[in-house]
Design a protein around this ligand. Structure first.
Ligand code: SF4
Length: 372
């Protein structure tokens, strides 16, 4: 993760009140300025002739990439820097690959099924990341593909899945060696290769663990839509950046062909809230609009406390969307958690009456029944 400016400063003459303190030979005004620049990699460590050897070797260790990244037709595999997502973030999600043997009878049918497979979840479209083929024929496909022989030549360590505890321990051992010790022997990304001798539930349990800890790629011999969908859903949750909330596009969403008199709901663009509300509105037999305001992916209360959901911002957003002109209905239903904003919203949106909605999305159906 690199050394911070303060950690670097501790080794420099100024921190030790030694000779050459703030001598400017590095072209920085002070040792502290040099330390700050070095922490951002914007100056060469050798610019200071008084850097102790201890700092040089520590710096070299910290800046060394622990795990290699390999790229197959634009697909990046590996390159991880941390053991736990919350330390920073994971870099490249575990690639999901399917092996196709072009000597087998039904390989073209399987390839077609794989090509047609797509999972859409939280605004992301997911497809099989890689086809690994063996046999004489190279499949004609728009998906990323590579032969098994070529894959074996890359800097990726292929581990054949065996006893669960053995494979799991090996993955953990390798990742810890790579990250904690930056041991070059373990810097290759890892691929777990599943042979077709397990049931889907066994495959699912094992592969789920390996996605969490610490396979960079998983290769299956069979294509099973339900299994892949489950693993992709899990993977999507693991490989999100914890510093960036999942969010959806801020805009007016329509459910069940609304017209100018339809119900109008409002929420923020936090993905989980959006999908909870959207699935309720979709399942109603009543047409409606959902106004999803921009709030950097924060949930309604967080957005309100961070001033990302203020009456002024909401009014501006609706004005930008020319929403007033689209509808005759003059009632907007806001989340129950924002009941305290009713008056200020009505002040900023004089053309609309504000109705306090439910706290939980699953109560929307009853709420709507009571409205009509
Ligand atoms: Fe400090 Fe070294 Fe820069 Fe001199 S050359 S100011 S000792 S960091």
């Amino acid at each position: 993760m690199g050394l911070s400016g303060l950690e670097i400063f501790k080794y420099l003459p100024a921190a030790k009140k030694a000779e050459h303190t703030n001598c400017k030979e590095c072209s920085c005004p002070t040792c502290m300025a040099f330390a700050m620049k070095l922490s951002k990699n914007s100056i060469d460590i050798n610019a200071c002739p008084y850097t102790p050897k201890e700092l040089i070797s520590k710096f070299e260790f910290e800046t060394k990439q622990p795990q290699k990244t390999i790229t197959i037709s634009g697909l990046n595999i590996g390159g991880e820097n941390v053991l736990y997502r919350h330390e920073k973030t994971f870099i490249n999600k575990t690639a999901i690959a399917i092996l196709i043997d072009t000597n087998s009878k039904d390989w073209q049918k399987t390839l077609k099924e794989i090509e047609e497979f797509e999972l859409r979840r939280v605004d992301e479209s997911m497809k099989i990341d890689l086809i690994v083929f063996k046999g004489e024929i190279e499949p004609q496909t728009t998906l990323n593909h590579i032969s098994l022989d070529e894959l074996k030549k890359l800097d990726i360590d292929i581990i054949e899945d065996g006893k669960f505890s053995k494979t799991a321990q090996e993955l953990i051992y390798r990742r810890e060696k790579a990250i904690k010790e930056k041991d070059e022997k373990y810097s290759n990304p890892t691929c777990v290769y599943f042979k077709s001798n397990l049931s889907p539930s066994q495959l699912c349990a094992k592969a789920s663990f390996y996605i969490c800890k610490y396979a960079n790629m998983i290769l299956f011999e069979d294509f099973n839509k339900a299994l892949i969908s489950t693993l992709m859903t899990l993977r999507q949750n693991i490989f999100t950046d914890p510093q960036k909330p999942l969010q959806v596009e801020a805009k007016v969403y329509e459910f069940n062909n609304p017209d100018e008199n339809s119900l109008i709901f409002m929420t923020t663009n936090f993905a989980l809230t959006f999908y909870a509300v959207a699935s309720e509105l979709e399942s109603l037999s009543v047409p409606s609009y959902l106004l999803v305001t921009p709030a950097e992916g924060m949930s309604v209360l967080t957005a309100w406390s961070a001033e990302k959901f203020t009456a002024k911002l909401v009014a501006k957003t609706l004005k930008d969307w020319h929403f007033k002109e689209r509808v005759k209905n003059r009632k907007i239903i806001i989340p129950g958690l924002l009941a305290h904003m009713k008056e200020e919203l009505e002040e900023e949106l004089p053309d609309f009456k504000i109705v306090i909605g439910t706290i939980d999305a699953y109560d929307i159906s009853d709420f709507v029944k009571n409205l009509t």
